[in-house]
Design a protein around this ligand. Structure first.
Ligand SMILES: Cc1ncc(COP(=O)(O)O)c(C=O)c1O
Length: 422
């Protein structure tokens, strides 16, 4: 059928195509047993559990739904989910249906919330994998009801309703809420089990962030009242990401403190030991990720020798250059060229020259005793004969003009994740 004809035939084409089974693709990553190169990410599962405990203290009675989208913020979602599930997390949340299926395939039994709101032609997969979709549009209810009918699904399907309170991204706007609740009421086989929203500025310092959060909470309260007036009694009300959760403690108004945590919170980055903002401390959080490699080539070049693509660095003295097999294709921001550093023997060595796709070059002239196969740490802590130092995700993000979330989720699939659990 030509494109014109298929457009002209309208919904029936869509209907027919939606009966074609959908193959949901899964993400793939290098596995440790396929590893030759010494570059790898090390994930501290003990630190992850410790961070969950620390956040529990802040969350009080609110449940914790761990946000594990983007492959668990680059840590490997199945292993992270398994660890948190054993440690008693109340649920997990992802963005994509594909991510949710990956967790179910890995044996995760905890409730899984799918937050992205796009289910394409794969609504039946939501039912088959016992997932909780986030909905905010009449078409979500209609498509879900259709999948329930087609599969003969017997149980009531539970969903979380998202209200847009200030992100203008996903979620039903207040003006549309009543109408949507009417649509929802016409599908008794679908139950609104949760009502949620998302903060835009909980990590923004000072009055500005606080004001935005209070405004969003007020809009959310209006939405919640409308929901309850329509006879819906959700078991879960949730709004807070890591910043909302950590900030709830410091909000001036007592009422807001209670409100921001509601029945559940959705921390992501804080679980991985990174505070969402410098001004939001949580003393017990420990970084869970370390990116390490080894020196694979060492040379001494005379003063004046250029290093790397574009000759952006020229040795100002006779210089010992160490080559490390980690580059921008592994997720290190290229803007660390001639700006960042890595740890060798417990001390910082500057990155010199342009970061290549697969390699970085360090000036190790001031690292006494440096040798081939020495460990190099690009992210995380190192202790060595020359001392102890740490390169944080936030430090890299700031140097590179990025945010910590970006740095974490950019570590690419060719970097194998090794899990350490002491
Ligand atoms: C809807 C929603 N909730 C919670 C989170 C977790 O955010 P954070 O990593 O800042 O804790 C995210 C992540 O962006 C999100 O999109």
């Amino acid at each position: 059928m030509s494109l014109k004809a298929s457009l002209a035939s309208g919904p029936s084409t869509l209907d027919r195509s939606s009966e074609t089974p959908v193959r949901v693709l899964r993400p793939r990553r290098a596995s440790p047993d396929q590893t030759v190169r010494p570059t790898r990410a090390e994930i501290e599962l003990g630190a992850l559990r410790g961070n969950l405990r620390a956040l529990r203290k802040v969350a009080g009675r609110a449940r914790i739904w761990a946000v594990l989208k983007a492959d668990g913020y680059g840590h490997g979602a199945p292993a992270v989910a398994r660890t948190l599930e054993r440690a008693g997390v109340d649920g997990v949340a992802v963005a994509l249906l594909e991510e949710a299926i990956e967790l179910r395939d890995a044996g995760i039994r905890a409730p899984v919330l799918v937050m992205g709101g796009y289910y394409g032609r794969a609504y039946e997969e939501l039912l088959a994998h016992d997932l909780v979709p986030v909905v905010y549009d009449a078409s979500h209810f209609e498509q879900l009801a259709r999948a329930i009918r087609l599969t003969g699904h017997a149980e009531r399907v539970l969903v979380h309703l998202k209200i847009d309170t200030g992100m203008s991204r996903l979620g039903v706007r207040l003006e549309e809420l009543r109408r949507l609740l009417e649509v929802a009421a016409s599908f008794p086989q679908i139950g609104i089990d949760g009502v949620m929203t998302h903060f835009s500025s909980a990590d923004v310092a000072g009055e500005e962030g606080e004001q935005a959060m209070v405004e969003q909470l007020s809009t959310f309260a209006t939405g919640l009242a409308t929901v309850r007036k329509a006879g819906v009694a959700p078991r879960f009300v949730h709004a807070s990401n890591s910043a909302g959760l950590l900030r709830a403690e410091s909000l001036a108004s007592e009422r807001a403190v209670a409100d921001a945590r509601f029945d559940a919170v959705r921390p992501g980055i804080a679980l991985f030991g990174v505070s969402p903002s410098e001004h939001l401390g949580c003393p017990d959080l420990k970084p869970t990720l370390r990116l390490r490699s080894e020196i694979v080539s060492l040379r001494t070049v005379p003063k004046g020798t250029p290093v790397g693509y574009g000759r952006t660095f020229r040795a100002e003295r006779d210089t010992v250059v160490a080559t490390v097999p980690a580059g921008y294709a592994d997720g290190l921001p290229r803007s660390l060229s001639n700006a960042g550093s890595m740890l060798v023997r417990g001390k910082r060595a500057p990155i010199v020259g342009a970061l290549s796709m697969d390699l970085a070059t360090l000036d190790v002239t001031d690292i006494p005793g440096v040798a081939m196969r020495d460990e190099v740490v690009a992210v995380g802590e190192q202790r060595g004969p020359l001392g102890r130092d740490e390169i944080t995700v936030r430090e890299i993000a700031e140097l590179a003009g990025l945010i910590p979330w970006d740095v974490m989720t950019s570590i690419s699939r060719r970097v194998p994740r090794f899990y350490r659990d002491f």
